[in-house]
Design a protein around this ligand. Sequence first.
Ligand SMILES: Nc1ncnc2c1ncn2[C@@H]1O[C@H](COP(=O)(O)OP(=O)(O)OP(=O)(O)O)[C@@H](O)[C@H]1O
Length: 471
Amino acid sequence: MKSAVKAQTKSGKKEEKENESPKEWKLEPEHEFRFEVDFGTTVKLKLIEGTAEIFGTEIGIGPEYEFSGRKVAVFTWHGKSSVEYLANETPMVSYLNMHLALEQCREAARERGGPGPRVMIVGPEDVGKTSLTKILLSYALRQGRQPIFVDLDTNEASLHYQPSFRNLYVNKIDDDDDTPTFNQGTVTIPGALTATPINQILDVEEGFGSSATTLPSIGSSTTPIVYYYGYAEPGENVKLYKILTARLANTVNLRLDQDEDARTSGLIIDTSGLIDNNVGYEILQHCIQVFSANIIIVLGHERLYSDMARLYKDQSDIKVLKLSKSGGVVNRDKMFRRQSQMRKIQEYFYGTSKVGLQPFNASIDFHSLSIYRVGFGSLAPSSALPIGIDRKVSETQLVRVEPDETLRHSILALITTDSPEEPALLEANVSGFLYVSEIDNVKHKMTILSPCPGRLPKPYALIGGFKWMEA
Ligand SMILES: Nc1ncnc2c1ncn2[C@@H]1O[C@H](COP(=O)(O)OP(=O)(O)OP(=O)(O)O)[C@@H](O)[C@H]1O
């Protein structure tokens, strides 16, 4: 069988004119067609014949897929042709073998009724951790599994749901079983720690999500779980990051107790690229422990692999494995990362080019929303902390933020708690995000952009370090 793809570039924000004629590529078996698309440029891609996949998700023959601000690989297992400028050295066979090994663990788990593999993917920045996560999740899904995707990379918001259904504020937390829910049909933003049961095909254009029309009901076991850390880097507030990841792990375990398919399918955990052997290792070991990860895949880093293998050599229940980085993985500079973060926030409120959303502006009184920042640490040097508060305590100290000019352009995470006390506030799950567009100090009002109209569900919000400007 022959696989052929056609790609066409479109650029120029204003005219949106198609400025390149389509090109056609034919892929040999186990070859990859790689391309990078800048922000402001769009590449349309179409599979003409054969079979192909993008980070594990199959693309169909016929439809046009659009990419902007993305770095993409189209891979085929079956193609046949002789075009030598397509990449033929890909580690996809080793990724498939990894998947097959995980499948064996899942099958054994199903027979025993026990837990499936809890896989954590670790490595430095830009080695393809998120891409491997997508591939393993997609392959598992294609075999009828329902793994939970845990995203501990606060730099990115990989979770992307086609927001065809928006009813954020009816988000409910069932106090009895302590399983917070995050409504389907939303995207999360950078700074969030999330766990999402993957039971629908991943969206090839956006990375994660679903364009399926059948969405599970609110509060079902398939809705994502979201906590707000508020910063891009786990090292920014290590104590808070550890508290929230432990909390997320606990909630995931509760979810798994109730859902046999997810339990036997296991977890795939994507991590941040922080691997320095000081706080990076401390955080990794903490995450391995709280999620009871039993398969650690080290991607593209020999030293990290040998350190991890040494650290867990006496724990026979934990396997440390290594896989190589794909030659196609692209380094993203600070600017590109920042643009990706801003785009995710934009999409949270306004949707994507395919599924647009209409957020709502509202003017609310200062006193109708209590905003808290976690930690003095990120705000002030030790010498500037209030007397009697040391930095360790201050990292998780809740500080009430009085609205003023500095709040303008901030992102707020609305949390579902009835109590303004620690730890309820600190560890509450997120029901949605708001953007503060204006502050009126005279009238004591702020203008917020909200994904849905009406009253705020709970009057508490957390603020982190993210600022955004409406384009
Ligand atoms: N085989 C490939 N061909 C082309 N591009 C790729 C390939 N694999 C990954 N990429 C791209 O390279 C970039 C980095 O990959 P990815 O996000 O998977 O790395 P990461 O290790 O998760 O990075 P970080 O930890 O910094 O978030 C992404 O833009 C991704 O789309």
